[in-house]
Design a protein around this ligand. Structure first.
Ligand code: TSX
Ligand code: MN
Length: 587
């Protein structure tokens, strides 16, 4: 492969001059190329061959034990003006960041191959798709990018036709955590990532490009790049309603994206369009249309089983790259929360014989990389160039006592407020205190490539672009009773909440107006076969004014971090809800 795009060929030459690779290899994403890379990685121990009889074309990669997750404290947004990055990002001046990174990259590919990976985010032929080129010295990154993006000649053709692409430069360096940085230059559509081989830090098409750079690009171009799953809900008449949903980590986004409806929902089907990222554009009819910029799933393995996500289990097991899972003596991948008994013997994620004293056998953030096309519920519309029309945007979080199972925003402005005020309580899986409230607006806290205040203003501006926007919802699968037990069964039974949302979109079910939004009327969420006590449903749908008053104070404190840049509309929503809660308490 070569290119007629001078900007691209100049950049490749510049990077080669800086990093001094032994050789340069253009990547076309072909099977032959992948076979060559896999052979090389098996030979040098980067990949371990799994049981090819039970798990054809599956491999295990063990990352450096110090390199197993995204590194937010080492992730920077480098805009000319500090305020453009906002209090939600670490900032460094672009010139300083370039100088720092170029020193790290200098000569770092000596003795290595420099891979040039052209990729497309989004369906071929879509006006909403965007291209990038990742230059990396990691064959593991190339193999993962091949699954996660549309990689190769067609992506290059897109670059040559449009003349624009995101430049991503990556090197694993020496994996020294002190020499590890993930730098974003949104004004230059450039990413520089050094010192990590881990997914979110190294597969630059995903979080770095499709969220941080794309969110910035989306603001200037009038669209939205969001941390959302996309799914289609088909009713028994064959009509499909599409929704997009944003949740902080550890809320089960991939599980919701692949939901299996309960048996009593005869004729209902859920179709998966995406599990992590949505690009949303206003279409010709004023509706929001979503594409999934990705082509694969890079999902957390632990907790995935036929009980929690049967469709995901059916997706895995062939043509899958596993990272940091455990392995059985007969070469099968294994993780905590998988079906069946724990095998007596295991090799843990560090490659040692597993011993309970050393903690879990699979790393809690261990992953699978697999093509979305293998998912039994993969939507026939997932490759539609025009995207799918979104009827509802759903936001959520883990709230033990506060948020009801579901509520509907009163209008777009209130929806933006609700999304901006989203928060989640930390679990044992996350680092730090358990049960601490973390604000995570639109589930974008780690991923918004610019100042959140400007981002909320951009969201609000869609009301001027269209009067045909989706309805906005908030859900909470994680409400607990006084004894600390989950009140809602979750998983497939979330279909009952999705059905209420679909009914609302079609105007066929009633709601009760409260200060925080519209709640389902009594009996409107179909819990038919759940044998659920009426009082449990009452508690799930209750709004406690004292708790919500305290929440409004927290939200106000949080919003104050954004000073004068905070849109007036969000302050007005805060005041309206506070006033209504007070009036309700006084009554
Ligand atoms: O993914 C989850 N979802 C969404 C599913 C479509 N999880 C797992 C979260 C960690 C990634 C959930 N956990 C959900 C949920 O809706 N709900 C819960 C809480 C819960 C856990 C267990 C039970 C009920 C609720 N019940 C039993 O274990 C029997
Ligand atoms: Mn994510």
């Amino acid at each position: 492969m070569t290119t007629s795009n001078k900007q691209l060929s100049d950049w490749i030459a510049q990077v080669a001059e800086l990093t001094q690779p032994d050789r340069i290899q253009w990547c076309d994403g072909s099977d032959a190329e992948n076979d060559q890379l896999v052979e090389l990685m098996v030979a040098d121990g980067t990949l371990e061959v799994l049981n090819q009889e039970t798990h054809p074309n599956c491999y295990l990669h063990r990352s450096d034990p110090s390199d197993v997750a995204r590194v937010e404290h080492l992730t920077f947004v480098c805009t000319s003006h500090r305020d453009d990055a906002g209090p939600n990002n670490h900032w460094m001046a672009p010139a300083e960041a370039h100088a720092k990174m170029d020193e790290l990259f200098r000569g770092c590919m000596r003795g290595r191959t420099m891979y040039v990976v052209p990729y497309l985010m989004g369906p071929y032929g879509s006006p909403y798709s965007r291209a990038g080129v990742e230059i990396t010295d990691s064959p593991y990154v190339v193999a993962n990018m091949r699954i996660m993006t549309r990689m190769g000649q067609k992506a290059l053709a897109h670059i040559e036709a449009t003349g624009t692409f995101v430049k991503g430069l990556h090197s694993v360096g020496d994996l020294n955590p002190d020499r590890r940085f993930i730098m974003h230059f949104p004004e230059e559509l450039t990413i520089k990532s050094f010192g990590s081989g881990y997914g979110g830090n190294a597969l630059l098409g995903k979080k770095c490009h499709a969220l941080r750079i794309a969110s910035y690009q989306a603001r200037t171009e009038g669209w939205l790049a969001e941390h959302m799953l996309i799914l289609g809900i088909e009713d028994p008449t064959g009509n499909t309603t599409y929704v997009a949903a944003a949740f902080p980590s550890a809320c089960g986004k991939t599980n919701l994206a692949m939901l299996q409806p309960p048996a009593e929902f005869k004729g209902w089907k859920v179709w998966t369009v995406g599990d992590d990222i949505a690009w949303l554009n206003v279409g010709p009819d004023g509706r929001l249309y979503a594409i999934n910029p990705e082509a694969g799933f890079f999902g957390v393995a632990p907790g995935t089983s036929t009980k929690t996500n049967a469709n995901c289990m059916a997706t895995l097991g062939r043509n899958t790259i596993y990272t940091n899972v455990a392995v059985t003596p007969d070469g099968k991948p294994w993780w905590e929360g998988m079906d069946g008994e724990r095998p007596n013997e295991l090799i843990d994620w560090k490659g040692r014989e597993w011993d309970e004293e050393n903690g879990p056998a699979a790393h809690p953030n261990s992953r699978f990389t697999v093509s979305a096309a293998q998912c039994p519920t993969y939507s026939a519309q997932a490759n539609a160039p025009e995207g799918v029309p979104i009827s509802a945007l759903i936001f959520g979080g883990r709230r033990a006592a506060l948020a009801p199972l579901v509520f509907e925003a009163l209008d777009w402005e209130h929806g933006v407020f609700t999304a901006a005020a989203c928060a989640s309580e930390t679990t044992a899986a996350a680092v730090g205190e358990v049960g601490k409230v973390r604000r995570d607006p639109m589930a974008m806290q780690p991923f918004c490539g610019y100042n959140f205040a400007d981002y909320w203003r951009h969201w609000l501006s869609f009301a001027e672009k269209s009067d045909n926007l989706p309805k906005v919802y908030h859900v909470n699968w994680f409400r607990k009773n006084a004894q600390g037990k989950f009140l809602w069964p979750g998983f497939g039974d979330n279909m009952r909440v999705l059905k209420w949302i679909v009914d609302r979109c079609q105007g066929s079910t009633e709601a009760v107006r409260t200060p925080i939004g519209n709640l389902p009327a009594a009996g409107a969420v179909d819990v038919n076969t759940l044998k659920m006590d009426e009082r449990v449903m009452d508690e799930l749908l209750s709004v406690h004014p004292d708790l919500w008053n305290a929440e409004m104070k927290h939200i106000e404190e949080y919003f104050n971090n954004y000073g004068d840049r905070l849109p007036e509309a969000l302050k007005a929503q805060l005041k309206r809800i506070t006033d209504e809660l007070k009036a309700q308490q006084a009554a």
